[in-house]
Design a protein around this ligand. Structure first.
Ligand SMILES: Cc1cc2nc3c(=O)[nH]c(=O)nc-3n(C[C@H](O)[C@H](O)[C@H](O)COP(=O)(O)OP(=O)(O)OC[C@H]3O[C@@H](n4cnc5c(N)ncnc54)[C@H](O)[C@@H]3O)c2cc1C
Length: 406
């Protein structure tokens, strides 16, 4: 019977182990932390945005250049297959407006429990508190060394040790060193899906407020780099939410972000004028009816524009009105920094995709070595794309790791 070691007990490793064990291999998961799946447990703020309702072609457009590489994995084990796997084991799902899919219970631990029950049922050995520090390969197969001991020899190894983000969950980048020990190149790991901090940020007290479908212009110097659109979240230090996180891989310190808080863009000044003409006796605060932003944010914008909340619309001078429109839709926020690995939701970079066969996740450098999940140079947008990639590549690696012709 083939002996397969899976390094890392995150979603990719757990799922690779399940699929390999189903095909009759003797599988051990070697996990660094005292318990597996720690990042999965905090995914989607503990609610686990497992996947997305889009078609596979849409998925492929959400991983940047890695989309092509992921095509075979996503067709081999599709988003539909993933949901069916959990539905067959009692989990129901709901889809949010916008396509994000969550378990109905909104508990990531329900997802983890299914995976743990499954590996138990398949007699997969789970070694915890066992960080793998080195991996070698010789005539008798692979050898792994943990901080405690050598773990014997293995016919196949699947490296599923995750990226370098949120190192407190266990994925601290050591998977990259293990891959490098076996001859693989590593594309420089970078934090991705991060918040951005804004210079002299004056909205701290609004932290937690989110603006749905906010348009944000992204400038470098005077050059407009991108028109972004999506939900924006105000934090203690700047901006977050899908619109910022998805763009964060392209945002640099010193760039300028111009959010359109009111949702009226370049029409804001005209809309304010028309509204003021019709509602001259009403207090300025009543423009909240016109704008997409929450009232607390409007109050802050009024104060930034130097306008008292009690003033009537008819009393607002043309200059003040223009200034207010500019503050709502044209304020420029300079990026002080993007997040680091401590708060990046995923890692961009990792094991070079060119050295992995996308049809089976096997190393092109060392037969018998496989990869699954974020340890590879793949990172997706927010919305369930990263977990889906972890499960799909885990399935593909697990299903191919027992093939005898290696
Ligand atoms: C706060 C947060 C929220 C997120 N929310 C979502 C979401 O809602 N939807 C979504 O799609 N994605 C989300 N993600 C991203 C998603 O969680 C990851 O992409 C996914 O967990 C990657 O799975 P993985 O199995 O490849 O790696 P990981 O989940 O990182 O698992 C790797 C495992 O390997 C172990 N390991 C590492 N090194 C070693 C070693 N040397 N020896 C032994 N074991 C080792 C680690 O301890 C860990 O258990 C989120 C990420 C974060 C940080």
């Amino acid at each position: 019977m083939l002996r397969i070691a899976v390094i890392g007990g995150g979603p990719a490793g757990l799922f690779a182990a399940i699929r390999a064990a189903k095909r009759g291999a003797r599988v051990s998961i070697i996990e660094k932390m005292k318990s597996p799946g720690r990042k999965l447990l905090i995914s989607g703020s503990g609610q686990c945005n497992l996947s997305h309702a889009g078609e596979i072609e849409y998925f492929l457009s959400r991983y940047g250049e890695a989309g092509r590489f992921l095509r075979p994995a996503l067709f081999h084990f599709s988003p539909r297959d993933l949901l069916r796997f959990f539905e067959d084991r009692g989990v129901s799902f709901e889809t949010e407006e916008g396509g994000k899919i969550f378990p109905k219970s909104r508990r990531a631990r329900d997802i983890l429990q299914v995976l743990l029950r499954e590996i138990e049922g398949l007699n997969v050995q789970l070694l915890t508190a066992s960080p793998v520090s080195s991996v070698g390969h010789g005539p008798d197969g692979f050898t792994l060394t943990t901080s405690m001991q050598q773990t014997g020899s293995w016919d196949r190894v699947i490296i599923a040790a995750g990226g370098a983000s949120y190192p407190a969950t266990g994925s601290d980048g050591s998977g990259f060193s293990l891959a490098a020990q076996l001859g693989h190149s590593i594309v420089e790991p970078r934090p991705a899906l991060t918040d951005v901090a804004i210079c002299s940020f004056r909205m701290k007290e609004l932290a937690g407020i989110s603006i749905k479908g906010c348009c944000v212009l992204h400038f470098r110097g005077d050059k407009l780099l991108a028109r972004l659109s999506g939900d924006l979240l105000i934090t203690h230090t700047g901006f977050s939410g899908p619109v910022i996180m998805d763009a964060s891989r392209n945002i640099r310190c010193g760039d300028t972000l111009v959010p359109d808080f009111g949702g009226l863009g370049s029409g804001t000044a005209d809309a304010l004028r028309c509204f003021a003409e019709k509602n001259g006796k009403k207090q300025i605060k009543s423009v909240s009816r016109l704008l997409a932003c929450p009232e607390a944010l409007l109050e802050q914008l009024l104060s930034t524009a130097g306008i008292e909340g009690g003033i009537r619309l008819g009393e607002l001078s043309r200059e003040k009105r223009r200034h207010l429109a500019e503050t709502i839709a044209g304020s420029r926020y300079t990026v002080a920094s993007t997040g680091d690995f401590r708060d990046a939701r995923v890692t961009a970079g990792g094991v070079d995709r060119r050295e992995i066969n996308p049809k089976n996740m096997e190393s092109r450098i060392l037969p018998g070595l496989f990869f699954a999940g974020e340890v590879m140079d793949i990172d997706g947008d927010t919305g369930g794309f990263n977990l889906q990639a972890a499960f799909s590549t885990g399935a593909l690696a697990g299903d191919n790791s027992d093939l005898k012709d290696q």
